[in-house]
Design a binder for this molecule. Sequence first.
Ligand code: FES
Length: 318
Amino acid sequence: MTTETLTLMIAERLDDKGDIMRLTLTDPTGAPLPPVTAGAHIDVLVATDSDTMWRQYSLAGDPADRSNWTLGILKEPASRGGSVALHDIARKGAELRITGPRNHFGLVEADKTYLYGGGVGVTPMLAMAYELHARGAAFELHYCTRSADRAAFDDLLRAAPFAESVHQHHDDAESKFNTDALPDPADDTHLYICGPEGFMSWLIGAAEARGHASAHIHREYFSADVDVTGDTFEVEARASGITVTVGEGESIVTALARSGISVEVKCEEGICGTCLTDVLEGEPDHRDHFLTDEEKADNSEMCLCCSRANSARLVLDI
Ligand code: FES
């Protein structure tokens, strides 16, 4: 799957339940879109009169259909403003600048796959369901929402060729998801979880308590609270020949920027991996949700937008 910068057209906008806007994106010339695999996301440039920001959205449609991409975008007034701005400016026929697709949430081969989407976290699960159905693989999709009247994509899920594998759970009804219903752990059983941070930690904690190996619990965060506080430490940017001190409440990205070293960032919440950088010396204090537990233990890479140091000094390949 290649990563490209593209200008795509909003072919359709649908304001769905639960403050979720569904956008259908196409190439303005009608050309096929780049190939994707389930779990992929794109970065969308949200440009307003006063600001520009990149936001990450999972692709929700059938990965085999290269005529269009589907996004589901939750309007979150309490967040940093990207989703509200996009809800304001997205119009049928308008163009959006995007990069991607990228995929760090891809499906692995498994005898049985369980997909758990909380709210708008159902979006990558839809793409996964299409792909698993096309493979003839055994899977269940569990979609958890606060109530039926907030269940976006309901029409699509009911009409989908995999509808019999979909289970909807509403917090205010008997169908509310009970973690007792999680499957037993097995070598060939994999779980995929996406949703708000509280949903993620609740379900991941329950799956781990049930005995599922961390490597079998695949996770995709949409947003995360970032805590960049901690003691000061030094960062040597070896390729640039510059050493900076990272203050108690600032990120490595901010400290490096003071010395003229620019690190590309997108989410600034430790979820997209854009700022991932090689670590040459020292021990990072990983605070991101991008790297796996194994990659964090390896300490050879770190996300500079949110992670800090457990050692007094870090040497980075930048
Ligand atoms: S900018 Fe997204 S992980 Fe750092």
